[in-house]
Design a protein around this ligand. Structure first.
Ligand code: SF4
Ligand code: SF4
Ligand code: SF4
Length: 361
């Protein structure tokens, strides 16, 4: 076992203990809804005018005060995100302030705004990791999907600047109609830089901040999403692992799992604070929510714990495919607006995965 493996094992154990003990171990600061790109499927981005109509950004000192309170409650991991977090005024001051508090920081970014100065500042006191989302493998795709013509070149430049500083990077990708033809190329890019890439093919139908509803055409159909998911697995898994996955999917238990509680860390050891201060258990769920700047962290965490534990995901109670389906509370909430209905898209996606795996046998 190398040092990274053992660090991950320690972290997993910490997360497990915190989840059982209801300690708010990890939180996200969604610093702002502004972004230099404008992706079709984005559910957070607002123009400056739209943002000004809803509220104003919280200052570095306000975030640090919340972080001090979080630390007293047991928080160790902080994810900084946006919008695009490098557009947040005072980003580096906040970063350095959080580091002084002893927080272990991850940054989510589109990678296009990383300058030599930012990379050098991060290199001096490194984050745990920078997660860079790759929206495609060419400038043409960035233009079509993100309305940002040189986005691909700029993202690659950002990756290179961080690598020069020996900063740990993970690549993320969401596969949508505009980039589904570039899955192989995305893996090539990850290989070129020697980085791990995680690609999702399920998109939550959220339009959290935006005034318009979610556009179904901005995501793949369940059949296309399942096809893309299996293609990605073939890239990521050895033949042996793929066969084990296939067996797992095709031989799921025939009795339904009656546990209808939330299975992830949301509202048990993890929380999300949006740019105007609403603290929720997960990025996709508006409720339960409480303004942390008005109520303080400890009171807000207690409120989240109590109210998240009341959520029962009864929509899938009688389903025998739950153990092979990636349904979660946010999926139900975004697909159905409640927790007591089956999310049709996810049912079709799961059925497609099973069918396509069966056809491959
Ligand atoms: S880069 Fe991210 S935050 Fe910016 S518009 Fe695209 S999805 Fe939204
Ligand atoms: S997206 Fe789903 S799995 Fe992830 S934190 Fe939210 S509810 Fe949990
Ligand atoms: S989303 Fe559909 S397939 Fe998945 S567990 Fe619920 S009912 Fe079953």
């Amino acid at each position: 076992m190398d040092a990274l493996d053992s660090a991950l094992k320690i972290e997993e154990r910490l997360v497990m203990k915190a989840t059982l003990a209801h300690i708010p171990l990890g939180g996200t600061f969604e610093l702002l809804p502004l972004c230099n790109m404008n992706c079709h499927m984005c559910f957070i981005r607002l123009s400056r005018e739209e943002m000004d109509l809803r509220g104003s950004l919280r200052s570095v000192e306000e975030w640090l005060e919340i972080a001090r309170q979080m630390k007293e409650s047991g928080t160790l991991f902080v994810l900084l995100t946006g919008g695009e977090p490098f557009l947040y005024p005072g980003f580096l001051d906040l970063y350095q302030g959080l580091k002084k508090l002893g927080m272990i920081i991850t940054i989510n970014t589109n990678g296009t705004l990383i300058t030599p100065q930012i990379a050098a500042a991060l290199g001096k006191d490194k984050p745990r990791r920078v997660n860079i989302t790759l929206y495609g493998a060419s400038n043409q795709t960035y233009e079509r999907l993100c309305h940002y013509p040189n986005g691909f070149d700029q993202t690659c430049k950002g990756i290179e600047l961080l690598l020069e500083q020996k900063i740990d990077i993970k690549l993320n990708g969401t596969i949508v109609p505009e980039n589904v033809h570039e899955i192989d190329a995305l893996f090539e890019i990850a290989k070129h830089y020697g980085l791990y890439i995680k690609m999702d093919t399920y998109m939550y139908p959220s339009s959290r901040e935006r005034l318009h509803p979610f556009h179904p055409e901005s995501r793949l159909s369940p059949k296309e999403a399942a096809q893309a998911a299996l293609k990605i697995k073939k890239h990521q898994m050895s033949q042996e692992e793929y066969t084990a996955y296939q067996n797992h999917m095709l031989n799921h238990p025939s009795l339904p799992n009656q546990d209808s509680s939330i299975q992830c860390r949301a509202g048990k050891s993890a929380f999300w604070i949006n740019w105007y201060g609403d603290m929720t258990s997960c990025i996709f769920m508006k409720k339960p929510g409480i303004n942390v700047f008005e109520n303080g962290f400890e009171k807000s965490w207690k409120y989240l714990l109590e109210n998240t534990s009341k959520i029962q995901l009864t929509g899938c109670l009688s389903c025998t495919k739950k153990s092979v389906c990636q349904v979660c509370a946010a999926c139900m909430y975004c697909e159905c607006g409640c927790f007591d209905q089956k999310p049709d898209y996810m049912c079709q996606y799961t059925d497609e995965l099973i069918k396509q795996l069966e056809d491959m046998k």
